[in-house]
Design a protein around this ligand. Structure first.
Ligand code: ADP
Ligand code: MG
Length: 669
């Protein structure tokens, strides 16, 4: 008898080879396999008589199998030919390179055949159909057939067989959802639901059952959120700050500008967090240019006044460099020592603020006396980093954490998925908002667009999604930065200084290119989206985005935020690499909407969570079943997670499930 937590090798005919293949898709136990759900179902449920078949039908035929022969054609093709007969006639069956079939099939027995009806030598036939003994309960033919996420060496057919075997062997999962939830949503028993998920009788049935697993997934994730929230804010103690009101006020007064209203509010939030017993865990969310950095600088200053050090992490070395300058500028006249640390620089400990990349967290020497950690432009909201930050603990005290992002996260998502974070939003711009005109350009207008760029002769970004063509072999027309650079350099822009910037260049090379671009020695910079993360080149005015349909609107919004930062109005031209009307319509929103959050909400509505954040996963692991469009379910899952988290001990099965699921965050103690 199989148990759900047995390793997958407990299933007959799954040995070391399949074990390692399955591990590639995250499957190591029997339960994992049961939770490997189909992403669609092929409808092969329609059963027809031979006499009614017409070309292009995708159907199932029941009948008796005639003789099966292996044939070698004159072109040395290996064919296996057979016939299926019912009382209305017979139809040819042809397979290529599947000699072994002859041995495994039995002439004279009843079979089901599923596939597409084709013609061969002017006769109807099935080419490479599925064939299965007609034992009543078939899994590959004559029904809705599940199609699974596959990996090399693991086909949907193989998965079907194994999953069916497990389901039939009465490997029962025990119900772990509380009864109240099952009743409230009218969910089925878990084992029944698993059966229906893999082998449903109708699409409707699959969809209904899917609800249960979607809920389950969100519920478990949100219980995790509750756990993190609890551990971070209830169990951990912080380095408690004094507010130094007068000094801070003086500092703010000396700034070359007045803080905006939302900067003031956010600063108030931050200061009140710093004074608390428990460490701050705040996300500062604000569009590019809303002035997040200065708040981080003020918080760093307060840390210094309290005698604590600060770690400031930028996403790239280029940005770390930029921030060093900004910090030095704002902190001039204080005795605060700011130091930059990139891979090569050695740190001697004689600093108050240490600026670097995320590598700072992986330092071998132990930092002393860190009061505040700032993570700028964070893409994964700190789940991992937080674990690391807890390592900075001294005397059982944890540094405060301020995370900053320009990624507009719709409020509903932020509050739910990152429910363990407090959030401050900067929704005001210090200046009159920068003006960026965006146009979605049809391919046939490309030449004219290049003409405009030439005439303007201003710093221009050309953003391509990939570096080398080879990465994109399956994606036609996707411009690769490297190739596009060569083309433009030797083509339309041969008379302009042109440069290339991408993530795989050495950081010194990157800096060199950025420097030249800033100085105007490079006029056109072809790049991958590495520029997204906040390079400040005030004079850049034009940005061309290739294959724009591949990005979420929010990401595009961030990309175009690279231009028009100086005096001149910005121009953003987007091109598409396909002709999809939907993509076009979606991109058109960029022409009229200028708020990142609104664009993110459109993304959420139109394409679901994945695209709100581009390809990164932002600390929230990719959902298998649930779809974040379904805000109602998300809300429900949150309500129940908050209800059950404090009394998990009373629900040992649920608790067991949480602990056993991979990715359950077992954090700081
Ligand atoms: P973000 O990191 O949010 O994109 P920055 O912190 O880089 O934005 O700020 C953008 C620019 O605006 C910087 O030059 C900064 O000095 C300036 N700035 C910040 N706050 C204000 C303000 N209240 N008034 C005027 N300028 C400001
Ligand atoms: Mg910034």
């Amino acid at each position: 008898m199989l148990e759900v937590n047995f390793p997958i090798t407990a299933v007959t005919k799954i040995g070391p080879k399949y074990k390692s293949l399955l591990e590639n898709i995250g499957i190591s136990t029997i339960e994992d396999l049961l939770y490997h759900f189909p992403f669609r179902y092929d409808d092969l449920s329609q059963i027809k008589l031979v006499k009614d078949l017409v070309e292009e039908d995708r159907v199932t035929v029941k009948g008796v199998l005639g003789p099966v022969d292996n044939i070698y054609t004159k072109y040395r093709k290996r064919l296996t030919k057979g016939k299926l007969l019912d009382h209305t006639g017979d139809i040819d069956l042809i397979w290529f390179n599947q000699q072994y079939l002859k041995k495994s099939l039995s002439t004279g027995k009843n079979y089901k055949i599923s596939g597409k009806v084709s013609t061969f030598n002017n006769k109807l036939c099935f080419i490479s159909p599925e064939i299965e003994l007609d034992s009543g309960n078939t899994i590959n033919t004559g029904r809705l057939v599940p199609v699974y996420p596959e990996t090399a060496g693991i086909s949907s057919k193989w998965l079907r067989g194994k999953i069916k075997f497990i389901l039939d062997s009465q490997t029962n999962l025990s119900e772990f959802l509380p009864e109240e939830i099952i009743d409230e949503f009218n969910f089925q028993d878990i084992n029944e639901a698993l059966n229906e998920m893999h082998f449903p009788d109708s699409i409707q049935e699959a969809e209904n059952t899917g609800e249960r697993f979607a809920f389950e997934e969100l519920f478990i994730e949100l219980l995790n959120v509750e756990k993190r929230k609890y551990e971070w804010s209830k169990k951990l103690k912080s380095k408690k700050y004094k507010s130094f009101e007068k000094e801070v006020k003086d500092f703010i007064q000396k700034l070359p500008f007045k803080l905006t209203g939302s900067q003031k509010t956010a600063l108030g939030d931050i200061i009140s967090d710093l004074k608390k017993e428990n460490p701050m865990n705040r996300l500062l969310e604000g569009d590019v240019g809303t002035g997040k950095t200065v708040l981080a600088i003020i918080a760093s200053y307060i840390s210094h006044l309290n005698g604590f050090k600060v770690l400031y992490m930028a996403p790239t070395e280029i940005l770390a460099n930029q921030h060093l300058k900004t910090f030095e500028k704002f902190l001039k006249g204080t005795n605060i020592k700011v130091e930059l640390r990139t891979g090569s620089v050695k740190e001697n400990g004689d600093w108050s603020i240490l600026i670097g990349t995320h590598a700072l967290l992986f330092n071998k020497e132990k930092y002393k006396n860190i009061g505040l950690v700032v993570i700028d432009e964070q893409h994964r909201f700190g789940v991992e980093q937080r674990g690391k930050i807890v390592d900075l603990i001294e005397d059982k005290k944890v540094p405060h954490l301020l995370t900053m992002t320009a990624t507009p996260i719709p409020r509903t998502l932020a509050l739910t998925l990152y429910g363990d974070l407090s959030i401050s939003i900067l929704d005001e711009f210090p200046f009159e908002q920068r003006k960026i005109t965006t146009k979605v350009i049809p391919e046939k207008m490309r030449k004219e667009t290049y003409e405009i760029i030439k005439q303007k002769n201003e710093p221009t970004f050309i953003v391509c999604p990939l570096i080398e063509e080879s990465e994109s072999s399956s994606l036609e027309n996707v411009k690769a930065a490297q190739v596009e650079f060569e083309n433009l350099k030797n083509g339309v822009f041969k008379d302009l200084p042109i440069g290339l910037l991408h993530g795989r260049m050495k950081s010194t090379e990157k800096e060199e290119v950025v420097k030249k671009f800033r100085k105007g020695e490079i006029k056109i910079l072809v790049s991958t989206p590495v520029i997204e993360v906040g390079i400040d080149i005030p004079d850049a005015t034009i940005i061309v985005i290739e294959s724009a349909e591949r990005y979420g609107l929010a990401s595009l919004h961030q990309l175009r935020g690279r231009v028009g930062r100086g005096q001149k109005e910005g121009l953003c031209f987007t091109f598409m690499s396909n002709n999809s009307r939907d993509s076009y319509k979606r991109l058109k929103a960029l022409e009229n909407i200028n708020e990142g959050i609104k664009l993110a909400e459109i993304d959420l509505e139109m394409r679901g969570q994945g695209d709100v954040f581009g390809t990164e996963q932002h600390g929230f692991k990719k959902l298998k079943v649930a779809d974040l469009h379904n805000l109602e379910m998300l809300e429900n899952a949150k309500v129940y997670a908050q209800k059950y988290f404090p009394k998990l001990e009373e629900y040992p099965k649920l608790l067991g499930r949480l602990i056993q699921r991979k990715g359950y965050y077992i954090g700081a103690n």
